[in-house]
Design a protein around this ligand. Structure first.
Ligand SMILES: NC(=O)c1ccc[n+]([C@@H]2O[C@H](COP(=O)([O-])OP(=O)(O)OC[C@H]3O[C@@H](n4cnc5c(N)ncnc54)[C@H](O)[C@@H]3O)[C@@H](O)[C@H]2O)c1
Ligand SMILES: O=C(O)C[C@H](O)C(=O)O
Length: 360
C-alpha cells in the first residue's frame, strides 16, 4: 500500500506538473521551469551555446529561429521581438531537438532575453518594397539597431553579434559606435552578415558553369548594397574562366539579387527564406569557431584594414574569439579594381552616415 501510495504521489506530482504545463503560461520562463532539471538545457542535450534572435517573429526571424533550433551546437535559444514571440516560441519549442527555447516580448523583456548570450543575431527591422534602396530603410532601422545594441552592451557585452538588418553598410558602423560609447567594443565580435551574397554568387556561377552550387565558392567583398557588392569572379573555386558577357551578367545578377526578390515579392517584403538559410549558415560558422574548430573562413562585413575604409567585407577566419584573421583581398583584375573603386565611394558615405547617426 505504501508503495502504491508513494508511486501514487509521484504520479500526482507528474499530473500536477502536466496540469501546470497545460495552463497558459504567464511567461515562457514559467513554462520552462516545470521541466525536470533543465534550467539551462534540454534533457539529453549536449552542452552548447546560448543564442538570441532579435526580430524572431519576422520573415527572416521565424525560419532562422527554426534553423537555429536544429543546430546541435545550440543549447539555449532566446527569441525576442516586439510582436508575436509567444506563438513563435510555442511552435518552435515543440521541435524535438536539443535547444531549450524561450520567448521574450517587447522592450521590457529585452534584457532578460539577452543576458548570458554567446551569439546574438539581429534580423529586426523593416524590409524593402519595390522601388526602394536599402538606404531608404535607414531612418527606421538605425534606431532599432541602436536600441538592440545598447541592450547587448549592457547584458551580454562579450557576445558575438551578427547584424542582418539593412542597410548593413550603415547598421554595422552604428552597432560599433554604440559599443564604443558603452566601452564594450570588440571589433572581433561584430560581424555584418553578407553570406546571402556568397550564397547567390555560388548559385548563379554554378548555373553558368553547370556545377553543383555546393561545390562552388565565390568570394564576395565590399559591402551589402548595389555596387558595393563586389564578386571576385577571378578567384572562384574551382578555378575557372568566364567570357566578358558572363562576367557582366554574373556581376549584375549578384549585385541585384536582393532587388530581384523584392520585385518578385511585389510589395510583400524582401528575401526571407534564402536569407534565413544564409544567416543560419553564417551563425553556424561563428559557433563552430567559438567551439574551436579550425579553418573556418567566411565573407563578412567587419571593422577592417584591408582598404582605407573602416569597414569592409572580405574573407575572415573565425575562431574562439570571433574574427581571428582578416584575409587579404588577393589579386584583382582590372574589372574588379574598377568595381572596388565604385564600391569604396558608396561605402564611405554609408559608413559615415551610420557613425554620424550615433554621434550627432
Ligand atoms: N543582410 C542581408 O543580407 C539581408 C537579407 C534580407 C533582409 N535583410 C534585412 O533584414 C531585416 C528584416 O527583414 P524581414 O524580411 O525579416 O522583415 P520583417 O518585417 O518580416 O521582420 C522584421 C521583424 O523585426 C521586428 N522588429 C521591429 N522592430 C523591432 C525592435 N525594436 N526589436 C525587435 N524586433 C523588432 C518586427 O516585429 C518583425 O517581426 C530588413 O531590414 C531587411 O532589409 C537583410
Ligand atoms: O534586398 C534587400 O532589401 C534584402 C537583402 O539585403 C537582400 O540582399 O536580399
Amino acid at each position: 500500500m505504501e508503495q502504491g501510495g508513494s508511486s501514487g504521489s509521484a504520479a500526482a506530482r507528474r499530473m500536477g506538473r502536466l496540469a501546470s504545463h497545460l495552463r497558459p503560461p504567464t511567461s515562457q520562463m514559467e513554462e520552462v521551469s516545470i521541466l525536470r532539471g533543465s534550467n539551462c538545457r534540454a534533457k539529453g542535450a549536449a552542452p552548447g551555446f546560448k543564442v538570441a534572435v532579435l526580430g524572431a517573429s519576422g520573415g527572416i526571424g521565424q525560419p532562422l529561429s527554426l534553423l537555429m533550433k536544429m543546430n546541435p551546437l545550440v543549447s539555449v535559444l532566446h527569441l525576442y521581438d516586439v510582436v508575436n514571440t509567444p506563438g513563435v516560441t510555442a511552435d518552435i519549442s515543440h521541435m524535438n531537438t536539443g535547444a531549450v527555447v524561450r520567448g521574450f516580448l517587447g522592450q521590457p523583456q529585452l534584457e532578460n532575453g539577452l543576458t548570458g548570450m554567446d551569439l546574438v543575431i539581429i534580423p529586426a527591422g523593416i524590409p524593402r518594397k519595390p522601388g526602394m534602396t536599402r538606404d531608404d530603410l535607414f531612418n527606421i532601422n538605425a534606431g532599432i539597431v541602436r536600441t538592440l545594441c545598447e541592450g547587448i552592451a549592457k547584458c551580454c557585452p562579450n557576445a558575438i553579434v551578427n547584424v542582418i538588418s539593412n542597410p548593413v553598410n550603415s547598421t554595422v558602423p552604428i552597432a560599433a559606435e554604440v559599443f564604443k560609447k558603452a566601452g564594450t567594443y570588440d571589433p572581433k565580435r561584430l560581424l555584418g552578415v553578407t553570406t546571402l551574397d556568397v550564397v547567390r554568387a555560388n548559385t548563379f556561377v554554378g548555373e553558368v558553369l553547370g556545377l553543383d552550387p555546393r561545390d562552388v565558392n565565390v568570394p564576395v567583398v565590399g559591402g551589402h548594397a548595389g555596387v558595393t557588392i563586389l564578386p571576385l569572379l577571378s578567384q572562384v573555386n574551382p578555378p575557372c574562366s568566364f567570357t566578358p558577357e558572363e562576367i557582366s551578367y554574373l556581376t549584375s545578377r549578384i549585385q541585384n539579387g536582393g532587388t530581384e526578390v523584392v520585385e518578385a515579392k511585389a510589395g510583400a517584403g524582401s528575401a526571407t527564406l534564402s536569407m534565413a538559410y544564409a544567416a543560419a549558415k553564417f551563425a553556424d560558422a561563428c559557433l563552430r569557431g567559438l567551439h574551436g574548430d579550425a579553418g573556418i573562413v567566411e565573407c563578412s562585413y567587419v571593422d577592417s584594414q584591408v582598404t582605407e575604409l573602416p569597414f569592409f567585407a572580405s574573407k575572415v577566419r573565425l575562431g574562439r574569439s570571433g574574427i581571428e584573421e582578416i584575409l587579404p583581398l588577393g589579386p584583382l583584375n582590372e574589372f574588379e579594381r574598377a568595381g572596388l573603386e565604385k564600391a569604396k565611394k558608396e561605402l564611405s558615405e554609408s559608413i559615415q552616415k551610420g557613425v554620424s547617426f550615433i554621434n550627432k
